[in-house]
Unconditional design. Structure first.
Lengths: 139, 73
């Protein structure tokens, strides 16, 4: 069986979601299986048109920091979150949405990127996948 | 057998690694994938990925600051 990585994305911040995708893509590229669970503020990023609207965890400066970092990312040749998500799905990565967060926040499937989400699930699925994983991270 | 070339010049982490993986997934057994890039760490990491997937690393070359890696699926 392939080696496996399971990540939880709890944060909705641009820098943290980006790190999660970089790690997830790296693991897929090394031949691992990867699942990323989006929960709480992370789930916000799975709403339609919301992925690239993420704020920064620090140095936000009312949007100025985000604008600056995105410009620098572009200059440095870093892929956008939208591109990372489509590459992640293309390489067979699984995107999972936390159904408990959906209930708390009153989010329905229609509001989310159902086209990229493999499953809607709870903590039991995460634990089951984590037990089979070689790497698990909480971001 | 096809030869697939990917250009990752001026792309940074993790783009060269990801583009290599995407090309290898699409390639047929026996095809050769050649990736060229400038990102320093990818020059070391692409061979690591090749090894962990059990594929054949044909060559790693460098000219100026551009490296080129050839892999057989």
């Amino acid at each position: 069986m392939n080696k496996k990585a399971t990540l939880i994305v709890h944060s909705g911040d641009l820098d943290k979601v980006m790190s999660a995708f970089v790690i997830g893509l790296g693991a897929l590229s090394m031949g691992m299986e990867v699942s990323i669970y989006f929960t709480f503020w992370g789930l916000e990023r799975l709403k339609k048109e919301m992925l690239d609207k993420a704020p920064l965890s620090r140095k936000g400066m009312f949007g100025l920091g985000r604008w600056m970092i995105r410009r620098k990312m572009k200059q440095a040749g870093v892929a956008s979150l939208d591109k990372m998500l489509s590459d992640f799905v293309e390489l067979g990565g699984k995107i999972l949405a936390c159904d408990m967060t959906m209930e708390i926040m009153g989010v329905n499937k229609e509001a989310l990127r159902d086209d990229v989400i493999s499953d809607y699930c709870g903590v039991g699925t995460y634990i089951k996948e984590a037990m089979e994983s070689d790497i698990t991270l909480f971001i | 057998m096809a030869e697939i070339k990917i250009d990752c010049i001026n792309k940074t982490c993790p783009v060269p690694l990801v583009e290599t993986r995407k090309a290898l997934r699409k390639a047929l057994k026996g095809d050769v994938v050649e990736v060229r890039g400038t990102h320093r760490s990818s020059k070391k990491e692409i061979p690591m990925a090749v090894k962990s997937m059990g594929l054949e690393l044909l060559s790693v070359e460098e000219e100026g600051n551009v490296w080129s890696i050839r892999i057989r699926k």
